[in-house]
Design a protein. Sequence first.
Length: 194
Amino acid sequence: MQYSCVDCGLNGCRRPDGQHPAFCPAEGFDLEHEPWLGERLADPENRRVVEAAAASAGTAFDNKLSRLEETVLFAKGIDARKIGIAGCVSLASEVRNAGKVLRAAGFEVVGAICKMGTITHADLDLHVGRKPDSVLCNPIYQAQVLNKEQTDLNVLIGLCAGHDTLFIKHSEALCTVLAVKDFKYDHHSVLALR
Ligand code: SF4
């Protein structure tokens, strides 16, 4: 078995003087010896995100902000003007509320719901135990719609595991997840880990 961070009870990487286990994958890491990483962190686009995320996450930690509030701070930090919301139709009410909050915060907002395009299992010749006329989620199209809108940041709300991967893969804008789909735990997916 290969040991890694999932087996670590020390988590010493949280502090400069923290203890690391012998199997630590970051053993020997030194920024000076990772020129490729230094180059990527110095890239202006990445630098902008690093700075904005450090500020918004720090403020959220200090003030116990909600993820929605943190997302607003992050979006402002990267000077986002137009925000895309890639949402699940079963969370349509929450998607609408997110649109209202983000518009009130000064952003232009455009939404793309998972079932848009209304393609069916029959359309794709899919045989996975669903009725042929069941409508499929359409994450590549969601991404395409938001790409055409030239959004600065896409916010995911409730996309299923797998559909989210295709959306993120095809999104031209940065993506952040506001909520994930969890049928069992009412979308509080971390509860399965406690
Ligand atoms: S990076 Fe090293 S110290 Fe940090 S969690 Fe992983 S194994 Fe533990």
